[in-house]
Design a protein. Structure first.
Length: 242
């Protein structure tokens, strides 16, 4: 498994499209902030991070999901790994670890880019603002990892790239959770609080104000753990298509 992770890290770091894509995102972010700069207020650094970072699971996480999970389907590398005897469970775990590693880098850099852009445009950035923006970025990192784990079920169970990516995008824009919450509201009014957005909100809120986070963390682990388990089961049940 560690050889797979090392090999994938090497492949991703040599993936030119990744540098082009994220550089384009950074340029687009600067242009968007520049357009907004005429309406900056004292709290804009935080409120704009809340509004802009909402797109990160789709815009940044979507590329990661495609590069880490679905590239193997397109290149038939998944068939090669299984053909050489790689344990399917280890493949699922390795992909999640890779998503966590690269996600941590990207969601760790996003606030720095945010601060640099706003400082360049004349905003004063304080330590309190930095802490708040990093908490926002951490929330969306958690959501990205959960969405990748859930979408992995489609990757390994259906082995259809388009379906898996569409599922990930629908999850990242909260389309599926919104429909579920609306459908179940008459029967479970508090159901939204136990969807991924609500769970991560409670984790971050607890980290900020010191309230207990054991329950939401347990819910998060259960969600991702079940998703990983279902991915492994689906992978073993699905015959590889040569």
């Amino acid at each position: 498994m560690f050889k797979l992770i090392r090999g994938e890290i090497y492949r991703l770091f040599h993936k030119k499209s990744m540098y082009i894509y994220f550089s384009s995102l950074a340029v687009g972010y600067f242009m968007l902030a520049f357009i907004r700069s005429g309406g900056f207020r004292e709290d804009s650094v935080i409120t704009d991070a809340m509004n802009f970072f909402f797109l990160l699971p789709a815009m940044a996480g979507g590329f990661l999901f495609s590069a880490i999970y679905t590239d193997d389907l397109n290149s038939k590398n998944l068939i090669t790994l299984v053909g050489f005897g790689m344990n399917k469970g280890k493949i699922v775990i390795a992909k999640f670890i890779l998503t966590a590693l690269f996600g941590a880098v990207i969601f760790g850099l996003a606030p720095l880019i945010h601060f640099a852009v706003y400082a360049a445009l004349g905003c004063t950035v304080t330590a309190e603002m930095m802490a708040a923006v990093y908490m926002i970025s951490f929330k969306y990192l958690l959501m990205t990892l959960a969405f990748a784990a859930l979408s992995g079920i489609a990757v390994y169970g259906l082995q259809r790239t388009t379906f898996a990516i569409v599922l990930y995008i629908l999850l990242s824009f909260n389309v599926i959770s919104g429909l579920l919450a609306a459908a179940l509201k008459p029967f479970a009014p508090n159901f939204a609080a136990h969807m991924m957005s609500g769970i991560t909100d409670r984790i971050v809120a607890g980290m900020i104000n010191g309230s207990p986070i054991v329950l939401p963390v347990a819910e998060y682990i259960i969600y991702t753990g079940i998703a990983a388990a279902l991915s492994v089961i689906a992978f073993y049940r699905k015959e590889m298509e040569f």
